[in-house]
Design a protein around this ligand. Structure first.
Ligand code: ADP
Length: 384
C-alpha cells in the first residue's frame, strides 16, 4: 500500500492556476524538485480547460484573478463531472475568515496563504494527493465489488432457474416413465409366473434378469421422483410429532425388519417444526440403511433424540458394516454407493435426499463410523 501510494505520489500531476507568471515559475520549480509533474494555467478559463484535458491529481488555485476568479473557477470545476473529484487547494492572500469559508463552500479541500511557504504547501499537497489516490482506489474497489455482486446475483438467478427446470424435468420424466414401466414389470412377472419351466432353462434365466432389471428401474425412478419432489412438492413447516412419523416409517419397513430379524429401539422423540412428508422420508431412509447395511450379526438399531441448546440432535445408530472415514462426504452425493448391487441393493439416492431435507429444515448431518463397528448417522433440527 505504501509503495503503491509512493509511486502514485511521485508521478502525481499538479495543475497550478495563477495569473502571475512569477508565482507560477516558483511553484513549478518547487514541485518539480519534489518529483511532481507541474502543469500551469494563467487564468480561470485556461485552468478549466487544462483540468479537463490533463486530469491532474490536484489543483492549486489562485483566488484573485482577473476574469474568472478562483471561487467561480472552483464552482465550475465542481459542477463538471469530469473534474469534480479533483481536490482543489486555494492560494489566497486574503486573511479574512469569510473568504476562506467561501473557498470551502465553492468545493475546495484546503487553502494556503500567500506569500507561500514552500514546505507547508508541499505538506498539504502531499496529504491531499495521498487522500485523493486512496479515494480513487476505494472507489475502484467499490465499483469492482458492485460488478461482482451483480455478476454473482445473475449467476445465482441462472443457477436457481436451471435447478428449478431440472427438478421439473426430473419430475415429469420420472412421473411419466412410471406407468409404462409398471406395465413392463407386471407383464414380465406374468410371463415369469405363467411360463416358468415351460420354455427352456435359458428362457427362465433371461426372464429373471428382465424382471430384476424392471424392478431396479422402478426403484430408481421412485427415488428420482422423491428427489425431485423435494423441490416441487415442498410443504410449509408445521408442528410434527416425530414419534408418529417414525411409527409410520417403521410400518413401511416391516418386510425389511422381518427378513433381516432386525431389532429397532426408538426412544421418546420431540415434536419439531417441519414438513411431515419429508421428515418421514428422512427417518425411513436412515432406518432402512441401518437395517440394510448389516454384517453377520442381526441388525440392532437405536433411534434417539438429544436436546442441545438451540437444536435437537437425532441419532440413528446401527451395528452394521460401518464406513471408512474417507467416504463420509462422498456417500451424501447423488448416486454414490460403496458396494455393488449384488451385495446390497440400492440406488445411491437416499442419503442425498436426507441431506437436502435436513438442510432445508436448517440442520446438518454428522457421521460417526468405523468399518466393522457400526455407524451413527446424526442430524440436527432447530428446537421450536
Ligand atoms: P443406497 O442405500 O441406495 O445405496 P444411500 O444414498 O442411502 O444409497 O447411501 C449411500 C451409500 O452409503 C450406501 O450405498 C452405503 O455404501 C453407505 N451407507 C449408507 N448408510 C449406511 C449404513 N448405515 N452403514 C453402512 N454404510 C452405509
Amino acid at each position: 500500500m505504501d509503495d503503491h501510494l509512493a509511486q502514485s505520489e511521485s508521478k502525481a500531476t499538479i495543475l497550478i492556476v495563477d495569473d502571475m507568471p512569477a508565482n507560477l515559475e516558483v511553484m513549478t520549480n518547487h514541485l518539480e524538485r519534489q518529483g511532481y509533474r507541474a502543469v500551469v494555467a494563467l487564468s480561470g478559463d485556461e485552468g478549466l480547460e487544462r483540468a479537463e484535458f490533463v486530469h491532474p491529481d490536484l489543483i492549486l488555485l489562485d483566488v484573485m484573478m482577473p476574469g474568472l476568479d478562483g471561487f467561480e473557477t472552483c464552482r465550475r470545476l465542481k459542477a463538471n463531472p469530469r473534474t469534480r473529484d479533483i481536490p482543489v487547494i486555494f492560494m489566497t492572500a486574503l486573511t479574512d475568515t469569510a473568504d476562506k469559508l467561501a473557498g470551502f463552500a465553492a468545493g475546495a479541500v484546503d487553502y494556503v496563504t500567500k506569500p507561500l511557504n514552500g514546505a507547508e504547501v508541499l505538506a498539504r499537497i502531499d496529504s491531499h494527493v495521498t487522500l485523493y489516490a486512496l479515494r480513487r482506489q476505494l472507489a475502484e474497489q467499490n465499483d469492482q465489488l458492485q460488478q461482482e455482486i451483480v455478476a454473482r446475483a445473475a449467476t445465482q438467478a441462472a443457477l436457481e432457474r436451471s435447478n428449478a427446470e431440472f427438478e421439473q424435468l426430473a419430475y415429469v420424466a420420472s412421473h411419466d416413465m412410471q406407468e409404462p414401466l409398471r406395465m413392463i414389470a407386471s407383464y414380465l412377472q406374468l410371463l415369469a409366473r405363467r411360463y416358468q419351466g415351460r420354455l427352456d432353462a435359458d428362457a427362465d434365466e433371461f426372464i429373471g434378469y428382465a424382471v430384476d432389471g424392471a424392478k431396479r428401474m422402478q426403484a430408481l425412478i421412485n427415488d428420482l421422483l422423491a428427489l425431485s419432489r423435494l423441490g416441487t412438492k415442498a410443504k410449509p413447516f408445521a408442528p410434527t410429532d416425530c414419534n408418529r412419523v417414525v411409527q409410520t416409517a417403521l410400518s413401511d419397513l416391516v418386510v425389511a425388519i422381518e427378513e433381516s430379524g432386525a431389532t429397532v429401539n426408538v426412544s421418546k422423540l420431540p415434536t419439531v417444526m417441519g414438513d411431515e412428508t419429508q421428515l418421514l422420508q428422512l427417518f425411513r431412509n436412515l432406518l432402512s440403511n441401518a437395517i440394510k447395511f448389516h454384517g453377520e450379526a442381526q441388525p440392532i438399531v437405536q433411534l434417539s433424540a438429544e436436546a442441545l441448546d438451540a437444536e435437537w440432535k437425532f441419532s440413528v445408530q446401527d451395528n452394521g458394516i460401518g464406513i471408512a472415514s474417507e467416504y463420509f462426504e462422498r456417500i451424501f452425493i447423488l448416486f454414490q454407493r460403496l458396494h455393488g448391487r449384488s451385495q446390497y441393493p440400492g440406488t445411491g439416492i437416499g442419503l442425498a435426499i436426507c441431506k437436502k431435507i435436513v438442510e432445508r429444515h436448517g440442520g446438518h448431518f454428522e457421521l460417526q463410523s468405523q468399518p466393522g463397528q457400526g455407524s451413527t448417522f446424526s442430524f440436527t433440527l432447530p428446537r421450536t
